[in-house]
Ligand binder design. Structure first.
Ligand SMILES: [Zn+2]
Length: 109
């Protein structure tokens, strides 16, 4: 039996992609012609998504949507089947993806 969880993918708008490309160039001090310069219009044509995960606490039931980047930074697939975070409400380390929550609660019945 393996536990599985989904992520929510939200496409980024054209305007937002332009903004991010410009921010990137500004932040890294890149000018047109630099090898790493990100052309905003080219960048905006790419399919880019923001990834989110719905989390739920096994103890208190608190729910929150968390950015995928944050979760996957803390999560090592090689050692863990799913990410477990500290619940922001009850401070317990039982904050798991909602899909995992359902599977664990379903099994425990
Ligand atoms: Zn909790």
């Amino acid at each position: 039996m393996s536990l599985k969880f989904r992520t929510i993918k939200e496409p980024i708008s054209y305007k937002e992609k332009i903004r991010r490309a410009k921010d990137f160039n500004l932040f890294n001090d890149l000018k047109k012609g630099d090898p790493n310069y990100l052309d905003p219009k080219e960048f905006a044509l790419k399919e880019i998504y923001d990834e989110y995960l719905e989390f739920k606490c096994l103890d208190c039931g608190y729910e929150e949507t968390i950015e995928g980047d944050i979760v996957f930074e803390l999560f090592d697939e090689e050692f863990e089947e799913y990410p477990i975070l500290i619940c922001p409400k009850c401070d317990d380390g039982s904050f798991v993806p909602k899909d995992i929550y359902k599977q664990i609660k379903g099994l425990k019945r």
